[in-house]
Design a protein around this ligand. Structure first.
Ligand code: NAP
Ligand code: ZN
Length: 358
């Protein structure tokens, strides 16, 4: 196997650069994947900028991976060369604890192994999906149905499953009023999935700028939260709020928009603590909770649901040389609605990234 062309960040807050690395030899249960598209998740940015704490550099980010199986280990049973597959946020777990056995590998008692910036059970640091190939145990790959193009499938591997989980857990569906805070990568997937589940969906975005898009995605209502009195006018409106925002939010004001017994579920991971009055949750017996990605069986279920309902991400496909600029645009909330890197444009010779031709 020749070296893999990839994009890596070498130091905290540094830029993505073109690199090559040696992949591990194929293990019996491994798939080698010819990666076609890799989504840029805000978590990639939080990680390489060390906004969540110390990271291990260099990092090849990327946990929204879509591609084609190019090679299989001797013991692989579920996939064959040519299959369309995806890889999300995890690449290993113990496989033996109660959560792993239940298909909830994200809660593995030994700690799941993240797709990048994570130490595997073999002691090696993991390497993510901004690359032309990825090597992963077949247990952590999922099948991308033929109905979904690989580019619009990639973001489903994180943004899709992360919003699918709380929508399912809190019974989004007909007769349920769901609000989505923040129309970004996760937010727009939450809207599409909740609409496909039959819920009544409201988008809560900072300004009016994304209104037409939100209604185009199928949301029934749209409120610009930056406008005077916007949240006050929504008192006791929602059964479920999915908050995807990566910045401070006034939790008490959002909790007040829940109906009795409603739940505000945070999937966004800002760096500062939330401030919450106990009265905001005790009044109305409301829940303030969180949700962390989702397991492998649920990821497959989500992909099959998306195929059945014609759901894929709304993407901007970029060349590798534009990935650094894309990071800044994600932070500014200026992406509609997920950036996906066309991995064929990653320089194969470790050349200067910004001057590489697309
Ligand atoms: P994103 O594309 O940047 O979307 C976040 C959205 O938040 C923006 O589009 C923007 O929407 C809104 N926003 C509100 N206040 C903002 C501000 N001050 N600055 C910028 N944007 C603001 O991010 P993402 O990839 O969807 O990720 C969202 C969060 O979820 C991140 O913290 C990420 O790390 C986290 N995450 C969590 C999990 C999990 O398992 N829980 C998994 C993946 C990602 P409007 O313009 O509509 O206001
Ligand atoms: Zn992610």
């Amino acid at each position: 196997m020749s070296p893999i062309a990839a994009l890596a960040v070498r130091t905290a807050g540094g830029p993505l650069e073109a690199v090559t690395y040696e992949p591990r030899p194929l293990r019996d249960d491994d798939l080698r994947i010819d990666v076609k598209f890799a989504g840029i998740c805000h978590s990639d940015i939080h990680t390489v900028r060390e906004e969540w704490g110390a990271a291990h550099f260099p990092i090849v980010p990327g946990h929204e991976i879509a591609g084609i199986v190019s090679e299989v280990g001797a013991g692989v049973t579920r996939y064959k060369v040519g299959d369309r597959v995806g890889v999300g946020c995890m690449v290993d777990s113990c496989g033996e604890c109660e959560f792993c056995k239940d298909g909830q590998e994200q809660f593995c008692e030994k700690g799941n192994v993240g797709t990048y910036n994570s130490r595997g059970f073999d002691g090696e640091w993991t390497t993510g999906g901004y690359a032309q190939a990825h090597t992963v145990s077949e247990r952590f790959a999922v099948r991308i149905p033929d109905e979904i193009e690989l580019d619009v499938a990639a973001p489903l591997l994180c943004a899709g499953i992360t919003t699918w989980e709380p929508l399912k857990r809190w019974n989004a569906g007909p007769g349920r009023r769901v609000a989505v805070v923040g129309l970004g990568g996760l937010g727009h997937m939450a809207v599409k999935l909740a609409v496909a589940m039959g819920a009544d969906v409201t988008v809560l975005s900072r300004s009016q700028a994304k209104k037409d898009d939100a209604l185009g995605l199928g949301a029934q209502h749209y409120v610009a939260t930056g406008e005077e009195g916007a949240l006050e006018s929504l008192k006791s409106s929602f059964d479920l709020i999915i908050n995807t925002v990566s910045a401070d939010l006034e939790m008490d004001a959002y909790l007040a928009t829940l109906r009795p017994l409603g739940a505000l579920i945070n999937v966004g991971l800002p760096t500062k603590p939330y401030s919450v009055s106990p009265f905001s949750v005790v009044g109305g017996t409301r829940t303030l909770g969180g949700s962390n990605i989702g397991g492998i069986p649920a990821t497959q279920e989500m992909l099959d649901f998306c195929a059945e309902h014609g759901v894929g991400a709304t993407i901007e496909t970029i060349a590798a040389k534009d990935a650094n600029a894309a990071y800044d645009r994600v932070v500014a909330g200026d992406v509609r609605y997920r950036v996906v890197i066309d991995t064929a444009t990653i320089p194969t010779d470790g050349a200067d990234l910004e001057s590489a031709s697309a």
